[in-house]
Ligand binder design. Sequence first.
Ligand SMILES: [Mg+2]
Length: 377
Amino acid sequence: MKITAVHVETLELQMEEPFVIASSALAVSPCDLVRVETDEGLVGFGEACPAYEFTGDTLWTVQDVIGEYLGPAVIGKDPFQLEAIVHCWERKLWTVGNQAACAALEMALWDLQGKALGRPLCDLVGGRTRDGLVEVIAWGWDEPEALAGKTRRMRAEGITVFKIKVGDRPERDEQRVAAVREAAGPDAHLTVDANQGWLDARTAVRAIKLLEPYRIELAEQPVRMDDLEAARFVRSHVDVPIALDETVRGPREALAAAKAGACDIFVVKLMKTGGILGALKVNAIAEAAGISVMMGNMGESSLGLAAHFQLGVALANATHCDADLPSRPGGYARDIGSGLCTELRDGVSTVIVPRAPGLGIALDEDAIAAQRVTRRW
Ligand SMILES: [Mg+2]
């Protein structure tokens, strides 16, 4: 099988409501959709969800980098030559940054491999170690009363895990977490993500100690991404496991964080690792260091989420997964794909990861056309 064409288009997905966290506020979410055609008629799909404040990528840099560099380099190649293709990107094209562009194109090649073999992506990276993923709802910065109301509604629909964005003033964070705990009930699972918002180690320790009585199960990115010593300090002064997200972009940062004893959990996102091969390397470092992995996401549509969830069911070391769906509150008004669904298992809403070949997602071309954008400035 030979790759014959690579297409990339840019979309702005409309959010149902703005999603506010410590480092950004989103009313629309940019994404780049990649299609890779082959001489056998198979088409692979990939998605970039660039987040400038995380990786420096924008939807236009993704389009340019794929259109001018990465795309031409894969024409004529076999999608199964993945290691050689990625090695060429890293060592011949010298892709500095641009992980989102690499991730989107690499995702499309995995999708092609799965479609060619008639197997879901998870079967290409070890096979299923779990059958589904417990659905998670993420709450941005909002009024405590509003969070409580939304939490009650979602709890009634079988949601048992709530991720609360914090990193505001610690007392304000406590009000939000208290409201969610009260509404969710004692048996719900709560995690928090500060997105670097507490900035320094002492503030982070004070904030986490305020939140500990509400039985949070992990605290994500309490301090600035480039301050491993601060993360290590926080971890040694609180009882809650520390997850690092912004800090751990690829294997190098993962190794440094592991050596520093800075965290208990790595948050793995394809837009940071530059794709699934990079994610597998981060997971290998994690396993060797006794660190577990949380599969996160950057708020992709169903297409990009499916790639994360396929890894989430395959990696035994992925003890957590932000399995949130675009169809839920805070998601997209109009998703661009279908194939992810939920079912209630013993009253717990569980995301069923597709068993169809590749990513297992069918695209909605009308939704894509309606949200396509052209360059402007
Ligand atoms: Mg995070």
